[in-house]
Design a protein around this ligand. Structure first.
Ligand SMILES: O=C(O)CCC(=O)C(=O)O
Length: 361
């Protein structure tokens, strides 16, 4: 899919960082950056909630309490660590190892998948939408993985066999987990099961693999610009045990300290819209440090490309509340999202129905 106007990207931050000793080039220096350093462990900052998948799927007579907790977590936080998620530990370890190997391979191997002008799938730096736009301190590889006919033939199918096979297995396992989560998340907010299935089963899925090199002036750059995800949910794997993810809660940036073997799951804009504002998509960013490289793998779960993105019909019927967001077909929603630069929750704001506006766009 080609999208409008991104300017050509500048190459690789990983390669730039290798050659750099003292000063970060101005294209990467963020002038209005909220301080990225949050003293670790030294404060009374809250930690993101933990949800145990075993409690959720074997809730028994306590099921309504488990769902109530899930609902309050998705409402108040929009993010949680998921433990006992059931995805085979050795597969997750293999996935991590394959990714480390991929990012540490010579640049020529990665440039095979290089982002082309006007497209947003492939390997490269921040996609630029305007002259002078700042570049994040990271290289990333974004691609659509489902529906299969939307896969680009020069990306996943051309991966080194071990990485490709591992990623395929990982995607399948996460698809199952994603659908289980959607079922529970829908149930917790009174959306009919059938509607969740219709929207998300065999939906549009994509991955972003990110490499954040060490930076000589980490306080001047950002690894990933503050944003909320244009997704239903995101399941995030921190690949090499180096922290850097921060979430904005009540105006304060809070570092996420990943529990070992946990996935971090966050509510995206589409789930906020679908739940008619009961759930909150969380604004997050990634910061970098001066010593260690960091890697992550995010998998985004979205509605089918032909599905409507709007407040759930069964929820509106079940609650009698008026829709607070407009409705847009998923394909169009994505087009509009990707034609803008990442910028906090501004796109979600555009989807809100303002006084006097109709329900449809
Ligand atoms: O690297 C991380 O921890 C965050 C990644 C992320 O949020 C994304 O790719 O959207």
């Amino acid at each position: 899919m080609a999208f409008s106007q991104p300017l050509p990207s500048h190459g690789s931050v990983q390669e730039l960082a290798k050659a750099l000793t003292l000063t970060v080039p101005h294209q990467y220096v963020q002038e209005h950056l909220e301080p990225t350093f949050v003293p670790n462990g030294s404060s009374t900052l809250p930690s993101i909630p933990v949800i145990d998948m075993n409690d959720l799927i074997m809730g028994g007579s306590n099921m309504h309490l488990q769902l109530k907790y899930l609902r309050s977590v998705c409402h108040e936080w929009g993010i949680f660590q998921l433990v006992n998620h059931g995805v085979d530990k050795s597969l997750v370890e293999k996935m991590k190892n394959e990714l480390v190997e991929f990012f540490n391979a010579p640049i020529e191997k990665k440039l095979k998948y290089k982002l082309k002008g006007g497209e947003y799938e492939g390997y490269g730096q921040t996609i630029l939408h305007a002259q002078g736009q700042k570049i994040d301190w990271a290289d990333r590889f974004y691609m659509i993985t489902n529906p299969r006919h939307r896969r680009k033939s020069n990306l996943l199918p051309e991966f080194p066999p071990l990485l490709r096979d591992t990623l395929e297995k990982y995607l399948l396992e996460l698809q199952k987990l994603g659908m289980t989560l959607f079922g529970l998340i829908g149930q917790a907010v009174d959306i009919d099961k059938g509607e969740m299935l219709e929207i998300f089963e065999d939906g549009m899925q994509s991955v972003r693999m990110t490499y954040y090199p060490p930076c000589p002036q980490p306080e001047l750059v950002v690894g990933l610009t503050p944003h909320s995800d244009a997704a239903g949910i995101t399941i995030l794997l921190q690949v090499n045990n180096v922290e850097g993810l921060q979430v904005k809660k009540d105006g304060i940036w809070i570092p996420v300290n990943f529990l070992s073997d946990a996935f971090v799951v966050n509510v995206g804009d589409i789930l906020e819209i679908l739940s008619n504002g009961v759930y909150n998509s969380i604004e997050h960013r990634a910061v970098v440090n001066s010593i260690k490289e960091r890697m992550s793998l995010a998998m985004f779960f979205n509605p089918k490309l032909e599905a409507d993105v709007g407040p759930s019909k069964s929820l509106i019927r079940n609650t009698g509340k008026p829709p607070l967001y407009k409705t847009l077909v998923m394909e169009q929603y994505l087009k509009e999202f990707f034609s803008r630069k990442l910028n906090g929750k501004t796109f979600l704001e555009k989807m809100k129905i303002k006084n006097g506006e109709g329900h449809e766009t």
